[in-house]
Design a protein around this ligand. Structure first.
Ligand SMILES: CC(C)(COP(=O)(O)OP(=O)(O)OC[C@H]1O[C@@H](n2cnc3c(N)ncnc32)[C@H](O)[C@@H]1OP(=O)(O)O)[C@@H](O)C(=O)NCCC(=O)NCCS
Length: 166
């Protein structure tokens, strides 16, 4: 009998952040990421520029998977925006995407890796993540559209913000 399981051996994973295709990322988010459907390309470029590592999955020229993290390289890291194109889900690519991300040199020595998920707890459990109810707080900033664009913030103001935070 012929197997109906899809063969994904040709899918390539890439951890070069400069290879992210912003237009394709926007399309992928519109299709499969309910929390990120409205994101514009300008803001996605900012998110990509400030995230490291980033892993993408490719079927030839088509970007069919994306995951990013922010990490201090030693103590804490957080994973964001994990997505596999709907046509490619259920074949182990999501697992490989996250495993590639957490194997990156900026992630693999980090003491704790966090993530937030609304519906995919079971998926992350399969990869080794555990429930953690003790660390969930959030600050809701103003809606993005009401904030000045990064280039509109006076230099003195950003310098102050850095010295306060440090
Ligand atoms: C979540 C997502 C990335 C998973 O990718 P995927 O390629 O479909 O998942 P995989 O095939 O690699 O699944 C790995 C394992 O998790 C299990 N799994 C995946 N999704 C699951 C779910 N929703 N519920 C229970 N188990 C799930 C799989 O059965 C598989 O189990 P196995 O260890 O027995 O083989 C993908 O479904 C997706 O992009 N969803 C939409 C976006 C999203 O919700 N992202 C997560 C945001 S936090």
């Amino acid at each position: 009998m012929k197997s109906t399981a899809k063969d994904y051996r040709h899918i390539q994973f890439c951890d070069d952040r400069t290879q992210v295709d912003i237009e394709q990322l926007q399309t992928l988010f519109k299709l499969a990421a309910f929390w990120a459907r409205e994101r514009c390309t300008e803001d996605l470029e900012i998110a990509v520029a400030n995230s490291n590592p980033i892993v993408t999955a490719w079927d030839g020229e088509q970007m069919i998977g994306f995951a990013r993290a922010t990490s201090d390289g030693i103590y804490r890291a957080t994973i964001w925006d994990v997505v596999i194109h709907p046509d490619y889900q259920g074949g182990g690519l999501g697992r490989k995407l996250v495993q590639t991300l957490i194997s990156h040199p900026l992630m693999c020595r980090v003491e704790r890796v966090y993530l937030m998920t609304t519906y995919q707890q079971k998926f992350y459990e399969r990869i080794g993540f555990e429930y953690n109810e003790s660390t969930t707080m959030v600050l809701y900033n103003q809606p993005l559209e009401s904030l000045p664009r990064t280039e509109e913030i006076p230099v003195e103001q950003t310098a102050n913000a850095v010295s306060v935070g440090g």
